[in-house]
Design a protein around this ligand. Structure first.
Ligand SMILES: Nc1nc2c(ncn2[C@@H]2O[C@H](COP(=O)(O)OP(=O)(O)O)[C@@H](O)[C@H]2O)c(=O)[nH]1
Ligand SMILES: Nc1ncnc2c1ncn2[C@@H]1O[C@H](COP(=O)(O)OP(=O)(O)O)[C@@H](O)[C@H]1O
Length: 207
């Protein structure tokens, strides 16, 4: 009845909204107790990225072989590349009692919901579309063609935000970080409260 298992936290939202930035702020905070699940991808490594830190970089053949071996909780193709969450790390870490944090796009989040309906789903939204485009341009990592593609994706993704447990507007990074931390804390308190009520009910039933 009691969940010694950690909570699975999913932060999702359109590309360029600031998921990576907010995630870094969360993990730079020494008070953060969650573990970050490093994804696998076939995307090319960007300047400054480190294999095994930002992502595990794989070839398409390697990735497809891992799909066949059922090594992902979820995986999706995004702008021509594969991205996926390794199942072993997530399951083992949660079983050790740690909260695990995923930063993934919305198709992957949908798959996680099917497999782990009890997970906590947080959608990170931009204040508006113009600011989303500005952020993608400002980041300077993508061509205008890719940016246009990402904005089109973003419109579709934003229409799905009502499926999430919480929506956090990323107007300010530190505030968004705090909102995510508060949501996780509140979810723990809620889980503890529900469990204590269920324990009492079970005692009553068994007596
Ligand atoms: N489904 C899924 N999406 C992921 C995973 N890892 C990263 N992503 C998402 O893939 C999208 C593209 O990531 P990336 O190429 O690093 O670009 P950026 O997030 O825009 O800097 C982003 O929305 C990421 O959140 C994963 O394991 N699974
Ligand atoms: N709250 C914010 N205000 C202004 N710029 C932001 C904010 N959050 C992120 N950014 C900037 O937006 C760009 C995209 O952020 P990033 O974290 O790479 O997004 P994502 O991981 O969702 O694709 C980066 O240049 C980042 O510095």
């Amino acid at each position: 009845m009691t969940s010694d298992k950690g909570l699975l936290i999913v932060l999702s939202g359109p590309s360029g909204v600031g998921k990576g930035t907010v995630r870094k702020a969360i993990f730079d905070d020494p008070d953060t107790g969650f573990k970050y699940s490093i994804s696998m991808t076939t995307r090319k490594m960007r300047e400054g990225e480190v294999d095994g830190v930002d992502y595990f970089f794989k070839t398409r053949e390697e990735f497809e072989s891992l799909i066949e071996q059922d090594k992902f909780i979820e995986h999706a193709q995004y702008v021509g590349n594969y991205y996926g969450t390794p199942v072993d790390y997530v399951v083992e870490t949660m079983e050790q009692g740690h909260d695990v944090f995923l930063e993934i796009e919305v198709e992957g989040a949908k798959q996680v919901r099917e497999r782990f309906p009890e997970a906590l789903f947080i959608f990170l939204a931009p204040p508006n579309l113009a600011q989303l485009e500005e952020r993608l341009i400002g980041r300077g990592t993508d061509s205008m063609e890719v940016i246009r593609h990402r904005i089109e994706e973003a419109k579709r993704e934003l229409s799905l935000m009502n499926l999430y447990d919480y929506v956090v507007i990323n107007d300010d990074v530190q505030q968004a970080k705090r909102r995510v931390q508060c949501i996780v804390e509140a979810s723990h308190m809620r889980r503890a409260h529900v469990e204590s009520k269920l324990r009492k009910l079970l005692l009553e039933v068994n007596n």
